[in-house]
Ligand binder design. Structure first.
Ligand code: HEM
Length: 158
């Protein structure tokens, strides 16, 4: 059984999957939780700065040596040339090339750990509260220019 808590099947009828999970699956074996889809759609790090070590051309713009630029990960992850219908949240979509954890030699060292933590936390939460649902109250967000994330998410547990 391929377990994905965001799939339509699980959303419609979650309980059999949780029962299966509790009986059979160590959480680290769960596949396709969709953590990459989340970091593409709602990039936790919105931007970081870079300095050009030498003159370089990026997308027809010449950056002089020493120029400081902001790399907008959040914006790149919603690039419609790369991700069709970028505003659509879809845990099953192909997120190849998304840069929610950066790219190249500085690719996030903790990316796999972060993904594993998301899997473990979601599996534990959904396993413990199979009827978790949103309360009709607003979400509050972390107050930060760089870090994007949810501070409070009112839920009903069952
Ligand atoms: C959702 C969680 C996380 C997100 C979204 C995230 C995102 C990022 C991003 C965007 C970068 C910059 C990559 C670049 O410059 O191209 C980065 C770098 C880095 N991250 Fe993470 N990160 C997360 C969790 C973690 C964790 C859990 C650890 C360590 C346990 C970690 C360790 C690092 C380190 C050491 C770097 C610097 C890598 C380098 O400069 O070579 N991160 N991360």
């Amino acid at each position: 059984m391929d377990y994905n808590p965001f799939s339509p099947e699980v959303q419609d009828n979650p309980y059999p999957y949780y029962a299966y999970l509790r009986q059979h699956a160590p959480v680290y074996q769960i596949s396709g939780v969709g953590a990459w889809a989340v970091s593409r759609y709602d990039s936790p790090i919105q931007f970081l700065a870079r300095q050009a070590m030498r003159e370089v051309e990026v997308a027809s713009t010449t950056l002089p040596a020493g120029a400081v630029v902001l790399v907008l990960y959040g914006s790149a992850n919603r690039d419609e040339h790369k991700f069709p219908e970028p505003e659509r949240f879809d845990t099953m979509r192909n997120t190849e090339g998304h840069i929610g954890f950066g790219f190249g030699v500085h690719f996030c060292l903790g990316a796999e750990l972060a993904r594993l933590e998301a899997k473990v936390a979601l599996a534990a939460l959904l396993g413990r509260f199979p009827h978790l649902s949103r309360r009709d109250e607003p979400v509050t967000r972390i107050e930060s220019f760089v870090v994007r994330g949810v501070k409070t998410l009112p839920l009903t547990v069952g």
